[in-house]
Unconditional design. Sequence first.
Length: 332
Amino acid sequence: MPRAKKPAPDAPVENGQSEAAPDEPIAGGRVEETFQIFQEVQGSVVGRSREVREIFAAMLSRKHILLEGPPGTSKSTIVRAIAHSMNVPFHFIEGSIDLTPSKLLGFFNPGKVLKDSYLREYFEMGPLTQAMEEGGVLYLEEFNRMSAESANLLITPMEEGVINIPRYGQVVARKGFTIICSQNPYDDVGTLQVSRAFLDRVVRVRMDYQDEAEEIEIVDLRAGESDPRLVKTAVRITRLTRSAPEIKLGASVRAAIDIVSIVRNLSLLSDGELRPEDLADACKMALTSKIWVAETINATPEELIERVIERARKELGSDFYLAGAGDKKKRS
Ligand SMILES: Nc1ncnc2c1ncn2[C@@H]1O[C@H](COP(=O)(O)OP(=O)(O)OP(=O)(O)O)[C@@H](O)[C@H]1O
Ligand SMILES: [Mg+2]
C-alpha cells in the first residue's frame, strides 16, 4: 500500500482528524454538550472515573488511544458507552491474524469489476475507510493479534488523516475519526509485538482490576438480582484467583458474573434448592477455562479452584454463601 500524499497545507490535520479547530469539542458539539456526554458515560459504567476522564481528554485532544489491561477490565464497555452516548458511528473489529488489510480498508467488488471496470462506486468500504469518512470511532479489540501488515496500514490515517487506495483515490478522515485499540499486557499465543511506529502515535490508558466493592456492583448489575452473600462470595473467589501463587493469570469479573448466574440456574434446576456443592460446580465451570495455571504447579485447575474456594470460605466466615445454613436450604 503506497503511503498517502500529505494533504494540502490549508487543510489542518492533527493526528488524522482534519477540519477541526484546536479547541473544538468532539462529536461536533459544544463544550457543555461534551461534558454532558462525559457525565452520561460515567453514569453508565461502574467506577472507572479516571479512565473515562482520560479517554475523553484524549478524544478532545484528537488523539488515538491504546487501552491496555487484562481481560474483562471494562475496555469494550467504556468504548461502547462513549460511542453510544456521543452517537457517533462505531466500528468494532476483533484483531486477528485473519484481519487482512483489505478487510480493514475495503475492496473492489470482483464481480462488478469483471463485468465492467474499476469504478469508484464498485468499491466496498471496510471499517477503517468507513470510520474515516464518517468521522467515527474504529475500535480494534486485541489489536496485537493483527498482522504487522494490517497494523501498519493504520499509521498514515492516524498521522495524516488520509489514505490512498489504488484505483479508488484518496479517503480523507472527517473530524472525530478516532482509532481506539485494546490489548492485554500479557504475552499470549498468537500475539505480536506492536511496532514502535504505532505506539508513538497513540496515547495509552492503563486499565486494571477494579476494587472489590466496584466488582460487587458490576456483578449485581450484570447478573441481576441475587443473594448478596452469593455475589460477595463469587467476587472474593474470583479475586483470590488473581493473587493465588499457583495461578499465573487470574480471572476477571466475568467469572464472578458467570458464577452467580450459574449457581442461580443450578438451583432452579434443583427445584429451587440451594446446595453448597452448586457453588463449587459453578466455580469450576466459570473459572477453570479462564485461569492460567503456573507451569511449575502439579495440580489440576479443578484442584486449584477448590483451594481458592477454601481460602475464600476462611476469609469471609459467616459472609460466605450458605455458611452456617446446614447443607441444604430452600430458595425463598
Ligand atoms: N466498569 C464496569 N461497569 C459495568 N460493567 C462492567 C464494567 N467492567 C466490566 N464490566 C462487565 O464485565 C464484562 C467484561 O467487560 P469488558 O467486555 O468491557 O472487558 P474488556 O476489558 O473489554 O475485556 P477483553 O480484554 O477480554 O475484551 C462485561 O460483561 C461488562 O459488562
Ligand atoms: Mg473487550
